[in-house]
Design a binder for this molecule. Structure first.
Ligand SMILES: [Ca+2]
Length: 290
């Protein structure tokens, strides 16, 4: 039984079934562009400033008052994986990320998807706050063929958003923390124990130490990588397997228990897979001076 199938099969199930399944599953620059302006710390980003000394916070105006906020993540080394979840997260191994990058402060929201793509495939669309909820029911393919190409047209020159690598995601999720979570889970994330069976507007819980919200829970988040098994070797800037049937998703969701929200927990599905519990957040290289 593929992991993706497992996800589909539990879609109609109640929360506690997930807890039973745990033993089985998851074994499954700028400027110069016409439309937009870029801001950092409420000031316009100057190309040279962004290149020589990246702004800590970057905001891109997507139009109609919809903004995309990103946080600068500095390079560093961390221990990736966990030895207390399943074999999928083993072995714990040293990972070095050599370049700074930007990571979405929040999961991509329904209003952001709507502003960029022009439709809203999400399930949880009711209520005046729906636009602030994370977009879901988007496949990895949808993100890469529908959202990112259109977003590229709106991004300031020199900036190109993408999905984070799995290593970038876990590094950003941990934000320097070495335990199961980056802090107190109930204060930081929506999971089956506190979500009331729905997604919640992004940023409703406490941010981690690097200012990233909802890394634990709310919706699972697609990563760029093809799923690779971990090895014990120290690795630098890992970017997934050369080939695999599956793309990685991370962070747990409103529908699943605490265990799934752990910083190291790994999930995956085929890249055409969609779920009401699965969305994404963006990452972006820091522009390099030419
Ligand atoms: Ca999340």
């Amino acid at each position: 039984m593929s992991h993706e199938f497992l996800l589909k099969s539990v879609r109609m199930s109640c929360g506690f079934l997930f807890k039973k399944i745990i033993t089985v599953c998851f074994l499954g620059a700028l400027l110069g562009l016409p439309v937009v302006s870029a801001f950092a710390d409420d000031k316009e980003v100057k190309p040279d400033a962004a290149v020589s000394e990246p702004q800590k916070n970057l905001t891109v105006d997507l139009g109609n008052g919809v903004k995309l906020e990103m946080v600068l993540v500095q390079p560093g080394t961390f221990m990736m994986g966990a030895d207390n979840i399943s074999d999928n997260e083993k072995p714990v191994h040293k990972v070095t990320l050599t370049k700074p990058f930007y990571m979405g402060k929040f999961e991509v929201t329904q209003e952001q998807w709507q502003a960029v793509v022009g439709d809203n495939p999400s399930n949880f669309k009711e209520g005046k706050e729906a636009g602030k909820r994370p977009v879901e029911q988007v496949s990895w393919n949808d993100i890469n063929t529908k959202f990112l190409p259109k977003l590229a047209e709106r991004m300031p020159k020199g900036l190109k958003a993408r999905l984070p690598t799995e290593a970038e995601w876990e590094y950003g999720c941990r934000a320097g923390a070495t335990g199961d979570y980056a802090g107190e889970l109930d204060k930081m994330g929506w999971h089956s124990g506190n979500s009331e069976d729905k997604t919640h507007p992004v940023g409703g819980k406490k941010a981690n130490a690097w200012g990233l919200y909802d890394m634990h829970g709310n919706v699972w988040e697609w990563c760029a990588d093809l799923k690779a098994d971990y090895t014990a070797e120290e690795v630098t800037d890992p970017a997934g397997a050369p080939s695999s049937k599956f793309r990685v998703g991370r962070g747990g969701a409103w529908s699943v228990g605490e265990n799934y929200s752990k910083s190291a927990f790994r999930d995956w599905g085929t890249q055409d897979f969609k779920s009401i519990r699965l969305g994404f957040r963006l990452a972006m290289d820091v522009p390099v001076k030419k």
